[in-house]
Ligand binder design. Structure first.
Ligand code: BGC
Length: 358
């Protein structure tokens, strides 16, 4: 175990609230919330690291957040069934305060991927914790979210980078697929359990161009989050030619001189730097196709991005997709978030994935 591995666990525990919520980043005001997306990957990393109690507390927090909004969620499902337009107040948000309240500032809150990721991580947690089934309150929340996702997956929503809310995104679809399949693996069924196969068929029919997955339906460029379609959501196998071709394109378009991974070629957020969590994610993918050396190189790159204390940033402004935007964002929002708990989580995940392969 290296120090960075131990430190990563420590950073996550330090910034887990008594309520169970994980802070996305303590250093960056916009990120002083708990996201379903970040939190679910963090919980999975903590399960891998043997910190099952930390993951349990996060899942309990998520369940409370959802159950507390049951009536609103039922209403959203009903509106979607009737083909009515949903309003801002109908959606489950993507992030909440540590106490589980809605945030006060405006935020692109309608994002479905994080809820799918939560269901996926929850199913993984049940395996790690040795429980036979979901505790009652968790099951209530998970089944409600499953019905919500099955009712809404065709709706355009913001992507995992909180952008392009007028589109449907393959990564989001895959996260929903993976989450619903995760619940089914626990023996749970419902009308929602027909959704995964429909999602898969839709994605393979509309989310592919020139033998590669696309960033969003109708936009053929690549996005590094597409790694998730295989790793971990298994909508396609990591070795599937579609995934291989997508990863080749990620390497060509989103990595320069053996560095870290950019989100997508037209990214402007903080100039569009190299993302630590995506670099670790690419390594995780490579472990799944047996390319251990490549994964080890990416791990070494990630480790080299930690500051003296061991804090990993969100992104590194080494090569940029849009240099003028770096200063603009710095002036508006301050320095790049560091530590970002999700970066530490993906590092932990890659460490475990590599260890399982060597
Ligand atoms: C990223 C999201 C992430 C959030 C909190 C945003 O900038 O695009 O993916 O969930 O930060 O870390």
């Amino acid at each position: 175990m290296t120090d960075l591995y131990r430190y990563s666990i420590q950073v996550i525990l330090t910034h887990q609230s008594d309520t169970g919520a994980y802070l996305a980043s303590p250093s960056f005001p916009d990120y002083r919330y708990c996201w379903f997306r970040d939190g679910a990957y963090i919980a999975y990393a903590m399960d891998l690291a043997g910190q099952v109690e930390s993951a349990r507390r996060f899942h309990a927090w998520c369940s409370r957040v959802v159950n507390h909004r049951r009536d609103g969620v039922e209403q959203a499902i009903e509106k979607a069934r009737r083909g009515e337009r949903l309003d801002e107040g109908d959606y489950l948000h993507t992030r909440y305060t540590l106490d589980g309240e809605d945030g006060e500032d405006d935020w692109p809150n309608f994002q479905l991927d994080g809820l799918g990721t939560w269901l996926w991580a929850l199913a993984e947690h049940i395996r790690f914790s040795g429980l036979d089934a979901l505790p009652a309150g968790w099951q209530e929340a998970a089944l409600l979210v499953a019905r919500y996702l099955a009712a809404l997956w065709t709706h355009p929503c913001y992507d995992c980078w909180e952008e392009f809310g007028d589109r449907v995104h393959p990564y989001t679809l895959a996260a929903i697929y993976g989450g619903l399949r995760g619940l089914m693996s626990l023996g749970l069924e419902g009308t929602w359990s027909e959704a995964p196969e429909k999602i898969r068929a839709y994605l393979l029919a509309h989310g592919v161009a020139d033998g590669r997955l696309v960033k969003s339906i109708g936009n053929p460029v690549v996005d590094a989050s597409l790694l998730g379609v295989a790793t971990p959501y298994r909508l396609v196998e990591p070795t599937d030619p579609l995934m291989r071709a997508t990863v080749e394109r990620i390497e060509e378009d989103l990595r320069r001189d053996g560095g870290g991974v950019h989100r997508y070629a037209a990214d402007t957020y903080y100039g569009g730097g190299e993302w630590v969590l995506l670099t670790a994610w690419l390594g995780w993918y490579y472990t799944e196709v047996g390319e251990v050396e490549r994964a080890a190189e990416l791990l070494a790159w990630v480790e080299a991005q930690a500051d003296e204390q061991g804090n990993l940033p969100e992104q590194v402004p080494r090569t940029l997709t849009s240099p003028p935007h770096l200063e603009m964002w710095r002036r508006q929002r301050g320095e790049i978030a560091q530590p970002l708990l999700w970066s530490h989580a993906k590092y932990i995940i890659l460490r475990h994935a590599l260890k399982a392969r060597v």
